[in-house]
Write a protein of this length. Structure first.
Length: 425
């Protein structure tokens, strides 16, 4: 009989087991208490609403916020600040290394309040900022006896303030590895050897150089810098490196004077290299290998080529850039240019003289009275002015008509950006 019962049990168990469904895996979460209301200032629904706001703030990486209410059982009015500093900061310690904890301590009974910040927050919310938020957001509703609305207004103001100020600190100083001299070296190489390429909507035709497995873009100097003929080297204070995976690394290095403040933060200083939005990436692990590759390829390029300046070549005009239609068009006339000493030759014939300002990358042409090439622009002081952009690697010459010059204002501009290719002997 005993064996029969065992047999019946064995026959029954598989049926029961087969009928069970495997439970879904659930994430194990420790719920942190962010609202500690010893004074019972809030209803349960109000605590849930405040907790939801503070929890979202934490999940979005803004700050670790806790709200604590205390009474005379904890401390007295004279020792309120000391008690908060010594005993309540642990309620919101913040993320490791960020130290972005904020503890809001309120006492209705003691008529006291304090915002205690972690070290990572003190540079974002100063004592004056905290006092202003308390006076303008918390206190007015507290005086009416509406502690939830006052806390809600103050909490919202703190989060908005931190989010706004965080934008000024979302960078790291990378100068110890990415030296300013290296930034300038790469920038100079890209300006001399790169090609214009648009890679974002903010600016247009960024100077770009395609290395073996990564690209380097310069910007923004002035918006639409390539079209506005502004190629002053120091204006390009922003550099973006794009690797083969499509990831972008953005760096800033500027002199004391810059034309506009597109990527600059108010806490940045000249002659430093800053890495914007590093996230969880590391300078030594993610940036250094890219810089080593760039330096190595620049070294190889210089050793292999060492080509002459554009005046050492003859050029055939192949394309022009139409600024209205924003496209390059082929040139059918195939005019040729040559620069011999100070003489300008067009199609092999003497057409005038030229001068070069290397520092401003400015080419000044003075043509004979009977000569007026189809590519010339409006004349200033008997000269035609171009920015020149010599691409040594692709062996191309860009001539960009200058539409402004110090001491001169033009009403109209004629002509287009010209692209010439080296005419082989």
């Amino acid at each position: 009989m005993r064996h029969l019962i065992h047999l019946l049990l064995y026959c029954f168990l598989p049926t029961v087991l087969c009928g069970q469904t495997v439970p879904e895996k659930q994430q194990f979460v420790i719920k942190k208490v962010r609202i500690i209301d010893y004074e019972n200032l809030y209803t349960q629904d109000e605590i849930i609403k405040l907790d939801h706001i503070a929890d979202d703030c934490w999940k979005n990486g803004i700050a670790d916020i806790a709200i604590v209410t205390i009474d005379e059982h904890h401390t007295d009015k004279a020792h309120f600040d000391q008690y908060v500093s010594n005993h309540l900061t642990g309620y919101a310690q913040g993320s490791y290394e960020k130290n972005n904890g904020i503890v809001i301590v309120i006492s209705k009974q003691l008529r006291q309040m304090r915002i205690q910040n972690g070290k990572g927050i003190t540079k974002i919310i100063s004592d004056d900022d905290a006092k202003k938020i308390i006076d303008e957001q918390f206190v007015p509703k507290f005086r009416e006896g509406n502690y939830f609305e006052g806390t809600y207004n103050g909490l919202s103001a703190i989060i908005s303030h931190v989010k706004k100020e965080m934008q000024e600190y979302n960078y790291t100083d990378a100068s110890s590895i990415f030296r300013p001299s290296l930034f300038q070296k790469i920038r100079r190489f890209v300006l001399e050897n790169g090609v214009p390429q648009t890679f974002r909507n903010l600016d247009s035709d960024n100077p770009c150089y395609n290395f073996t497995s990564l690209d380097v873009f310069l910007g923004p100097s002035k918006k639409d810098a390539f079209i506005s003929k502004d190629f002053s080297e120091t204006d390009y204070y922003e550099m973006t490196v794009r690797n083969s995976d499509g990831k972008h690394y953005q760096f800033i290095c500027f002199d004391a004077q810059v034309p506009e403040q597109t990527f600059l933060k108010k806490t940045m200083h000249p002659d430093r290299v800053y890495w914007l939005d590093p996230g969880d990436k590391l300078i030594s692990q993610d940036v250094w290998p890219l810089l080593m590759q760039i330096e190595d390829e620049i070294r190889q390029n210089a050793a292999a080529g060492a080509p002459k300046n554009f005046t050492g070549h003859r050029w055939i005009l192949k394309q022009e850039f139409d600024h209205m239609e924003q496209i390059y068009k082929d040139i059918d006339t195939h005019d040729t240019l040559a620069f011999d000493k100070n003489d300008l030759l067009i199609n092999g014939h003497m057409a005038g003289t030229f001068e070069i300002d290397e520092t401003k990358k400015l080419l000044s042409l003075r043509l004979e009275k009977t000569k007026r090439p189809s590519f010339a622009i409006f004349k200033m002081e008997d000269h035609y002015y171009y920015r020149f952009y010599f691409n040594k690697t692709e062996r191309k010459l860009y001539l960009l008509p200058l539409d402004e010059k110090e001491g001169n204002d033009l009403i109209s501009v004629e002509g287009c950006t010209l692209v010439g290719e080296i005419l082989e002997p």
